[in-house]
Design a protein around this ligand. Structure first.
Ligand code: CA
Length: 231
């Protein structure tokens, strides 16, 4: 049985082959694309469980690919970045990438991240599983089984990571959590990112859930401590 299907989008042939070899050895089914257009096509035709997406690509760059896919696909996306400016962009833009890795990276670290991402995705797709149920906070409804969020009658489209963060806070409403705690619980013990990731996702959630994102009434910053969801 395959451990999952991974689409690798990378135009550097050597790196692509190293990735293909290593992930194949781990039991994943690997499909590849070498430019942005191929990436879009394969993402739709192959229904991968995870996309590893390089940023510097011919045709369309990784940012564009991510932005286009996020309009209708919730597959986890791990972006590969080569430069510091790209990391800032991944974190700073509303791209909806779930994670990123800066080149050069170790295969060990990449495999750990892939495992963590796929494990979380599998847990979320289990209807009525450990994470099943519906959370309601005022007019906000979070269906943990179906992975759907709505405000009143209006459905809100969230990336997988935004959903995880919201679900965690909502499942513990009124409690304040530090950025470190959220990073550990939502992104996983084996996540190597920094706490800025949490701030960025909170900002994205506010833009989607708050009437006035600059004056949040649901997702509250507790100064010097962290974040909570108002119950
Ligand atoms: Ca490249």
């Amino acid at each position: 049985m395959s451990a999952g299907k991974i689409l690798i989008v990378e135009d550097e042939e050597t790196l692509l082959e190293v990735l293909r070899y290593n992930l194949d050895k781990e039991g994943y089914t690997v499909v590849t694309a070498a430019d942005g257009i191929q990436a879009l096509n394969s993402a739709r035709s192959e229904s991968p469980d995870l996309i590893i997406l390089d940023i510097m690509l011919p045709q369309l760059d990784g940012f564009e690919v991510c932005r286009i896919l996020r309009k209708d696909i919730t597959v986890p996306i791990l972006m590969l970045t080569a430069r510091e400016e790209e990391i800032d962009k991944v974190l700073g833009l509303e791209l909806g990438a779930d994670d990123y890795m800066a080149k050069p990276f170790s295969m060990r670290e990449l495999k750990a991240r892939i495992k963590a991402i796929l494990r979380r995705a599998a847990m979320q797709s289990k209807p009525g599983g450990v994470e099943g149920g519906v959370l309601r906070i005022a007019d906000l409804t979070i269906d943990l089984g179906k992975h759907q969020v709505s405000i009143g009658e209006a459905t809100v489209s969230l990336t997988p990571k935004e959903f995880d963060l919201l679900a965690y806070l909502a499942g513990n409403k009124g409690r304040v959590f530090s950025r470190e705690h959220l990073l550990e619980r939502v992104w996983g013990y084996d996540y190597f990112g920094d706490t800025r990731t949490v701030d960025v996702h909170i900002r994205w959630l506010r833009e989607k859930l708050e009437t006035e994102p600059s004056k949040p009434r649901r997702l509250i910053t507790v100064r010097g401590t962290g974040y909570k969801i108002e119950g």
